[in-house]
Design a binder for this molecule. Structure first.
Ligand SMILES: NC(=O)c1ccc[n+]([C@@H]2O[C@H](COP(=O)([O-])OP(=O)(O)OC[C@H]3O[C@@H](n4cnc5c(N)ncnc54)[C@H](O)[C@@H]3O)[C@@H](O)[C@H]2O)c1
Ligand SMILES: O=P(O)(O)OC[C@H](O)CO
Length: 527
């Protein structure tokens, strides 16, 4: 018998709880104390409390354990957290979950699909990370303003968690010449010598374990966690170069805000990456302005990650079981609810399980609060489509209207984002993500009041030039994702004959084309 105890908050009452457990139920007396693991789950927004294994507990006599597992969650464990644990550690029969209500273990917990939104904290695991033989190697693909910022924060984390991650983080840099102190040099050499990305994140000191690499294939080599962070228009080319050159069991996180439109088909960037590289890839998005986070000003973000069934370790890290734990392979489903074409290669069991817990640890910093969810559509579309709305807000403000006009545009924009998600991803979209998460309204607000797409479209109207012209002359190589996203989304909607259902998106495209005028914006709101 393997007993898994999920405890909410570090409790002084643990010995008492254990006594209770061991005194109740004949099954529990079979528990081998060596197999007993205790997991603490922390409250939302707070750092994780440490996990502890209670191998030394002097419990009942040792017996050979069977393949049965018994999981116990304390009654004090709040429902969303419990839902999350249940969802991400779905027990394979005959594994059962029990709740330690005041007096008994009588009632197994409901293991049906939990509520849609899992503001995740931590999934229960059987073994402390230090007991795995391998460590995750992290590579960041992209080194612009946000790419370098995310590389900085994950390199800080890998440095702090040597039990889970290899210390060095590779950052692929699109090589270019930069002039520093009157000398022209390769950007990678400058980053590695000065530990600053002088072109895209000037003035920010980077950790010394962050290594800039001009070779894409070399940077990604042996990485188990690939973080994609570059303007979305380049991702197709990047995937072509990486295909066949990464670990088959690598997993990805896309920090890219955009969508891929090919042959009138729309794809979430993370799913496009997954499909191209035959891996699973989740998405990170939020109200995140790179320069603020690089300066360690606090903010929050959202990561959507559906741990593939084949990665759900239920064993002890010694290679005894993986996935369902019974050797069968469970298919992974995409954001349209379909079984993915690729047969995923499971992350080997000698690595710490690559799940919400590990990703939360990797991306969390004291100045960067991470909320884990499973709604990949909400997170991806929120991040991509708000850029169109941000451009509209820049136009509005550049025209001389103010905050109240921008608020009207934001509200309209959010309605179109939700409508878009419902129309094209009805199977899995959870509109609550857009209302509740940083990747939804949070990102909308910051993008329409402080970010580049808003700032430079406003400047374009004020100067009477095109936004493309401003991008060329003012951004020093940085890219505005809203222009291409507007184009791609509009062509997709046109091809399906539904562009009139999205009047704001249509209008922004028309303004970018020079066919309509900013003055036409209020007409959208007239009934
Ligand atoms: N900057 C932010 O505050 C921020 C915040 C959140 C999300 N994002 C998103 O992050 C993604 C990356 O943006 P960023 O701000 O890091 O980039 P950026 O706009 O600062 O920089 C552009 C990057 O593109 C690279 N590049 C240029 N030509 C290339 C080519 N042919 N192939 C590959 N790369 C090339 C440049 O080297 C540079 O690294 C975008 O989708 C953006 O929407 C940005
Ligand atoms: O500067 P932008 O317009 O690319 O936006 C940055 C982020 O997406 C804001 O959350």
């Amino acid at each position: 018998m393997i007993l898994r105890l999920v405890d909410y908050k570090k409790s002084a009452n643990i010995p008492c709880l254990l006594r209770t457990i061991f005194s109740v139920g004949p099954k529990l007396r079979d528990t081998d104390p060596r197999r007993l693991s205790l997991f603490h789950c922390s409250t939302p927004g707070l750092p994780h409390s440490p996990r502890r294994n209670i191998h030394s507990h002097s419990g009942p006599s040792r017996r050979a354990f069977s393949s049965h597992h018994l999981c116990v969650a304390r009654s004090s464990c709040p429902t969303p957290l419990l839902s999350d644990i249940l969802d991400h550690q779905r027990p394979a029969p005959p594994l059962r979950w029990y709740s330690t209500t005041a007096s008994s273990f009588a009632a197994p917990l409901n293991t049906e699909q939990p509520s849609h939104r899992r503001t995740h904290l931590q999934s229960a695991k059987m073994t402390a990370p230090g007991s795995f033989r391998r460590k995750h190697k992290v590579a960041v693909i992209g080194s612009g303003n946000w790419g370098t910022t995310v590389a900085k924060l994950v390199a800080e984390s890998t440095n702090e968690h040597p039990d889970i991650f290899e210390k060095d983080v590779q950052m692929w840099v699109y090589e270019e010449k930069v002039t520093v102190d009157g000398e022209t040099r390769n950007l990678t050499e400058v980053i590695n010598a000065k530990h600053q990305n002088t072109k895209y994140l000037e003035g920010i000191n980077l950790p010394t374990n962050l290594v800039a690499n001009p070779s894409l294939v070399d940077a990604a080599k042996d990485a188990t966690i690939l973080i994609f962070n570059l303007p979305h228009e380049f991702i197709g080319n990047i995937c072509r170069q990486l295909k066949g050159n990464i670990l088959p069991y690598a997993r990805g996180i896309s920090c890219i805000k955009g969508v891929t439109v090919t042959d009138d088909k729309i794809e979430l960037i993370c799913e496009f990456i997954g499909e191209q590289l035959d891996i699973y890839c989740g998405a990170l998005s939020g109200a995140n302005i790179a320069s603020e986070i690089a300066n360690e000003n606090w903010c929050e973000t959202t990561i959507a990650y559906n741990t593939p069934p084949c990665d759900r370790h239920v064993a002890n890290g010694n290679g005894h079981a993986n996935g369902s734990g019974n050797g069968t392979y469970e298919e992974h489903r995409d954001s349209r609810g379909k079984i993915i074409k690729t047969k995923l290669t499971p992350v080997p069991q000698n690595y710490p399980p690559l799940d919400h817990d590990v990703l939360h640890t990797l991306f969390s910093r004291p100045y960067f609060t991470v909320s884990m969810v499973s709604d990949v559509v909400g997170v991806s579309l929120g991040g991509a489509l708000k850029n169109i709305v941000a451009i509209a807000c820049g136009f509005v403000e550049g025209h001389g209207w103010n905050m109240t006009a921008k608020t009207a545009v934001m509200r309209r924009g959010m309605l179109e984002i939700i409508q878009f998600a419902r129309e094209f991803y009805p199977e899995t979209i959870e509109p609550a993500t857009l209302w509740e998460e940083s990747a939804g309204w949070g990102d909308m607000i910051v993008s329409c009041t402080a970010a580049r797409n808003w700032r430079y479209s406003k400047m374009a109207v004020e100067r009477g030039v095109s936004i493309q012209e401003i991008e060329r002359t003012e951004l020093n190589g940085q890219k505005l994702q809203g222009i291409s996203t507007s184009r791609e989304v509009s062509s997709f909607l046109r091809a399906r004959g539904v562009e009139d259902k999205y009047p704001l998106f249509k209008l922004v495209d028309g303004i970018l084309d020079g066919k309509v005028n900013v003055n036409d914006i209020p007409s959208l709101f007239r009934k």
